[in-house]
Design a protein. Structure first.
Length: 236
């Protein structure tokens, strides 16, 4: 049993609030327990220079903490993104592009913005899970408006963390667990079990291929639950 009463293979309470903001093309407030991230999607009718004339679109992301997201104030990144924020926003864009046929977007860009409102571990996995849902809602609206003829989304996607503490593997770590984990991993997987990206590190002890396989299986259990929750919100 964990400090918050969860079983080792149990997600935190997950909640999606769609259309949280009215101005963006789409918006989703995603909550993994006390971690809360606001994900928005905006449309730009152009692509980066390297894609001009190709007929292919692009998906890119920005990620940041608001000042009150942590116990101690997080300064705004007004002078450019810090290393961690750059790493995570590149991850978000890269993972989302992995499950989208960009040729079906035409020469337009979908901007994904993820603002961490409250941080309690798993902000990157919550961001990807909420961003994918926001992306799916944006695509639905673009099809309804006649901007897109078909959905470019290839598969449903979600992200979840897994860690090892002692002899136990834990699903969806909060901050209190994350800071003591001996092994920490983030999995980004599709509904069919395909891996888009894995980030795993030996924080305090080394791990084996067998450990990684066990973490992957635990992560996929969580991924399937998260995707079911995404589909519930979408009514499918």
């Amino acid at each position: 049993m964990r400090h918050d009463g969860r079983a080792f293979d149990q997600l935190r309470e997950v909640k999606f609030t769609i259309d949280f903001l009215k101005n963006p093309l789409s918006s989703v407030l995603v909550e993994f327990g006390n971690t809360k991230v606001l994900c928005t999607v905006s449309l730009e009718e152009k692509v980066p220079p390297f894609l001009k004339g190709t007929g292919t679109g692009w998906i890119t992301a920005e990620y940041a903490f608001i000042p009150g997201a942590t116990l101690e104030r997080t300064p705004r990144e007004t002078m450019g993104r810090k290393g961690r924020s750059m790493e995570i926003q590149r991850l978000i864009g890269r993972v989302l592009r992995g499950v989208v046929d960009l040729s079906k977007l035409g020469e337009r860009t979908l901007w994904i913005d993820c603002e961490v409102l409250n941080a309690d571990g798993g902000t990157r996995t919550a961001s990807v899970t909420g961003a994918f849902l926001a992306l799916t809602l944006a695509v639905k609206k673009l099809i309804e408006k006649g901007v897109l003829s078909t959905s470019p989304v290839l598969e449903f996607l979600a992200g979840v963390s897994v860690g090892k503490i002692g002899e136990n593997f834990l699903l969806d770590l909060d901050y209190q667990e994350d800071i003591i984990a001996e092994v920490d991993a983030n999995f980004f997987m599709t509904e069919s079990g395909k891996i888009v990206e894995i980030q795993a590190s030996a924080e305090k002890s080394l791990f084996t291929w067998e450990d990684l396989e066990q973490m992957k299986n635990l992560a996929f259990k969580g991924i399937k639950e998260l995707i079911n929750k995404q589909k519930e919100v979408l009514g499918i």
